[in-house]
Ligand binder design. Structure first.
Ligand code: DAH
Length: 344
């Protein structure tokens, strides 16, 4: 009996393989599901079975029927898709699960919000390039070749010998994908004269193995202010305002002494939001910042005696994960509409 069932499913699969339109499907249906059809005749076998055999046999035949029905349903979907394509006269895949209207990606939403907040404080957006040279990414930011800070900034190197217009090479080392948006500090200072007040969101790259908190491609937002008599107090006030706008007035920020080659002194920014459930329990590190190191000013030809400034940088994914309670960074890049639809 088991064999009968298996071979009937195989037979249905084979017959449906030859079917390409509704007429063919109706013919096949008659062969299997009409009063004298093959599925019916399986059920007829039941009456000949003993009363102990009947329940097991009945279950087998039912499973067989369900399997054949689902093959027919699949074929019908196939035919319908093909008809839609023919009617539209172009290649489309109607089976793709597309929401009725698109939505802005959560990372882009957060990015837009960040830009709006800093806009209130007079910042304008400056963009750099994703392909960079080591000079912009490291040297000009006070991270010379042998500097240990370069280790954590290991990135992807492009083929040696490549020449890209508009990205001048300061050495023969070739191009890399930028490991942070701090490169835009350098690009902007070279192109413009102070005072400056810029924000630079964008894509960044590091040689990291993907896991719940790491991705080789991620996003950062950089800020830079250059003016006369700039102090750490200005920096603290601006970041405090930013986090309060983003997470609400009851959130707090604190500066913790740290080290970055391009700022002196440097700080990590921690934040705490007692009104946001889990986020309230402890200080969470969210950004790096400091006042611009005089060596950076020297790299771009600014006089460090005349100008002062501050800079900060944070990961956009990190902020989005805290804001929405997302626990795996990879969700941002998988294009799973079930995830994305929650933000549309
Ligand atoms: N560029 C740093 C990084 O990717 C982040 C950062 C720290 C940026 C301190 C800054 C800063 O502008 O002042 O780790």
């Amino acid at each position: 009996m088991e064999d009968n069932c298996t071979s009937l499913v195989a037979e249905a699969r084979e017959m449906l393989g030859q079917v390409s339109d509704r007429a063919g499907l109706e013919n096949a249906k008659a062969v299997f599901f009409s009063a004298n059809g093959k599925v019916r005749s399986l059920f007829k076998l039941l009456s000949a079975a003993s009363s102990e055999e009947k329940p097991v046999l009945g279950q087998k035949i039912n499973q067989c029927k369900i399997a054949i029905e689902s093959l027919f349903a699949e074929k019908l979907r196939d035919i319908e898709s093909r008809e839609i394509c023919q009617n539209l006269g172009e290649k489309v895949d109607p089976s793709i699960d597309v929401p009725t209207s698109g939505g802005v990606h959560p990372l882009s939403q957060i990015q837009e919000t960040m830009v709006e907040i800093f806009h209130k404080l007079g910042f304008t957006v400056a963009l750099g390039t994703e392909i960079e040279t080591g000079w912009f990414c490291y040297d000009a930011l006070n991270m010379p070749d042998s500097h240990p800070a370069r280790d954590s900034h290991d990135s992807f190197f492009l083929s040696p010998g490549l020449q890209i217009e508009n990205i001048s090479q300061h050495s023969s080392e070739g191009y890399i994908l930028r490991s942070h948006t701090s490169t835009v500090q350098v690009r902007t200072m070279l192109a413009e004269q102070p005072p400056l007040r810029i924000l630079s969101p964008g894509r960044t790259f590091r040689r990291d193995t993907p896991d719940a908190t790491h991705s080789p491609i991620f996003h950062q937002c950089e800020g830079l202010v250059v003016d006369k008599n700039i102090s750490v107090a200005d920096l603290k006030a601006v970041l405090d305002f930013f986090f309060k706008e983003l997470f609400g007035n009851r959130c707090e920020t604190r500066f913790r002494p740290s080290f970055f080659p391009f700022t002196e002194p440097s700080f990590e920014v921690d934040f705490r939001a007692p009104h946001l459930g889990k986020l309230g329990n402890s200080w969470i590190e969210v950004a790096g910042c400091g006042t611009v190191d005089p060596n950076v000013f020297i790299s771009v030809g600014y006089d460090p005696e005349q100008w002062s400034g501050y800079a900060f940088g944070f990961g956009i994914e990190r902020i989005a994960m805290l804001m929405y309670g997302i626990d795996d960074i990879r969700l941002f890049y998988q294009n799973d509409t079930r995830f994305l639809r929650q933000f549309a």
